[in-house]
Design a protein around this ligand. Structure first.
Ligand SMILES: [Zn+2]
Length: 252
């Protein structure tokens, strides 16, 4: 694959090549005695000037474009240094903890995930905080490989900077569950969910086991529903058809 530096070099080679050619043509023209030859040299020089000039411009444009792409790629992997509070479109505000180890690409992927999340799923979340794993362990009594959590008293979602898009959708699934009483009742106590979720628990947990923990998914119906919601948003074809049909019928 061509690197931008190759195009950079090619631009200079073309410029030097064209200058040398035109100088050679000028010398030949000076020493030529036949009129036909002189006319030929003029036409050839004009052709090379126009064609070579076009090639040089195209090469320069390509160099600039590749350089821009390279700078953007470099920027994506730099540490995030923007505002700690991001209001992106009408999504819940994103807060970034200073100890969250966030890169520009982390924020860019979060925005992309939000753009793929249906409004009915995120609308009850009040904010999203990108924080460190240690913060979640210390404040929410989570285990050491926690990637995200939802805090129901104020409907906030927390994820680490290493969380995948399905973890964010999973946390939105918990918030949805809490507001629409799938595995909770109005008093926010655990309830037995609809049969369709119970009978498909194993299938849902198998489907997410490639990226998430099968055991965690099986640990409660809250977790199974949240994982089913992440699948519903990202890979609905992996849901058993009866579960998918039930989720289609849920309030949106
Ligand atoms: Zn969960």
């Amino acid at each position: 694959m061509f690197h931008y530096a190759d195009y950079y070099q090619a631009t200079y080679i073309l410029i030097i090549g064209m200058i040398l050619f035109l100088v050679a043509m000028a010398i030949t023209y000076k020493h030529a005695s036949k009129r036909k030859l002189k006319t030929g040299i003029i036409f050839l020089s004009i052709f090379v000037f126009i064609f070579g000039g076009y090639k040089i411009i195209m090469c320069k444009l390509k160099t600039d474009q590749m350089l821009q792409e390279k700078l953007k790629q470099d920027w994506l992997f730099e540490k995030y240094s923007g505002p700690a509070n991001i209001q992106y479109k009408d999504y819940p505000p994103i807060y970034i903890d200073s100890n969250a180890d966030v890169l520009n690409i982390t924020v860019a992927s979060f925005k992309e995930t939000l753009d793929n999340t249906p409004k009915w799923l995120y609308k009850n979340a009040s904010s999203i905080t990108l924080t460190s794993q240690q913060y979640l362990i210390d404040n929410f009594e989570r285990d050491k490989d926690v990637m995200g959590c939802s805090f129901f008293p104020d409907m906030t979602v927390y994820t680490t900077s290493h969380a995948t898009s399905s973890i964010l959708e999973h946390e939105f699934g918990h918030i949805y569950d809490y507001n629409f009483f799938i595995t909770f009742n109005q008093n926010h106590q655990d309830i037995i969910p609809p049969d369709v979720l119970i009978s498909n628990q194993n299938a849902v947990c198998e489907a997410v086991s490639e990226s998430n923990s099968f055991e965690h998914c099986m640990s409660s119906y809250h977790e199974t529903f949240a994982d089913a919601m992440a699948l519903y948003v990202e890979s609905p074809n992996k849901l058993p058809p009866d579960l998918k049909a039930w989720m289609d019928s849920l309030p949106k």
